[in-house]
Write a protein that binds this ligand. Sequence first.
Ligand SMILES: [Zn+2]
Length: 378
Amino acid sequence: MEFHHYFKSRQGEMVNLLKELVNLESPSHDKKAVDACSDFIIKEFKKAGAKATRIPQKNIGDLYTVQYPGLKAKSKKEQILVLTHIDTVWPVGKIQNMPFYLSGSKIYGPGVLDMKAGLVMALMAVKTLHELNIEPQKNINVFINSAEETGDKASDEMIKKLSRKSACVLCLEPALPGGALKIQRKGRMVIKLDVSGKAAHAGTPEKGINAIVELMDQLGSLKKLRRTKGTTLNIGLINGGEKANIVAEKAFATLDIRFWTNVHRQKILEAFKQISPSIPGAKVRFSIESSTPPMEKTEVSSMLLSRIREIAQDTFKITLEAGKTGGGSDASIASSLGVPTVDGLGPDGEGIHADNEHLLLPSLVLRTALLTELFRQL
Ligand SMILES: [Zn+2]
């Protein structure tokens, strides 16, 4: 069976599924909306012979794992974990001015690329195995995250648990522009810097300690972190003081810092630990508000990538490139545990989190064929 031609013939069905999923808008914070969208895809998976397990959640949409058995699987370890997410960054109602539509070979719509297309791929691949009675080498376990865009402790823990039980992890986030897979992602830390000083009248500033001045000094010297190759530091939020005629007692800044490796992460934390006030008497504290590990290029992931490239070359005569990206994804969590992980297996397109979000339909077809072939061979 040559899956590329096969899925070309089922292209219309894929577009229809994608349309249903996009029209069921599912912003991370809207549990009801996310659950409704999950209901739809889970029903489809069940029709395709898969089993689904619901992990109920209070504050976010329910999490799901979808299992499809590999008939040759000999042990529990023989599992491929597929990472997807059903939530989007778009609020309910966005569809009114950003409708789902097909223009030439491009499909537009909120969340179409990030990553409702990934769900269509996983579903169509499983459906095809089922309908054609093809045995995958390993058990397939599709995890459907309901809060990937915002991050959530329960889903992070679930990904860790599932990853540890898996032989490899395939993440269906979109490809890099041009179709390259993703083997490296930046890690991210959100750090809050709190400064306290002492209030005084602006007429006698020597009696006070100005927290804003101290904060500005600290932010100035933290710029040195950017000297580590590829590290970025964004001062995204700043606040402090009360009035122009009062020496500011409190000030804070929130920083988004991104980096390529865990060694860089350590360096950044060291820099924060070494902070000492430049104004005597001022107090400076930092706290990590959130932290995502980097997806580093590990040996095991490189081996998985080689195998995927080989399969793509042999079966579809395509040469897959692999690259790196600044944004994070759930693949970083799996990869940081030392599990072979490849990301960016979703379709090619552009405009994630932007009004022109779209994917290239031929790429969706080809990537679905590739995923099915990976299920068959890996
Ligand atoms: Zn995504």
